[in-house]
Design a protein. Sequence first.
Length: 81
Amino acid sequence: MVKRYVAVDLRRQRILLEATTHAELNKIILDRMDSSDQLPQAMWLYKIDEELLIQIKSEMKNSSKTFGFVTLKYKNFGEGK
């Protein structure tokens, strides 16, 4: 399965950044910190199956629910299991 790496705001309301590798996500974060773009000081980082990420984003868009709320239904989500 293809994995995606995402950065989510501290309150887990929305997806801030996406990348194909952890290194790429770190580079994007560091580049944004050096530029004038405002990023939150704290973020959650997740490694997610691409298919699951598509489902999560679709549900967030269609229902206006937050990332945290949508991922509640996935057992052990975000626990590294």
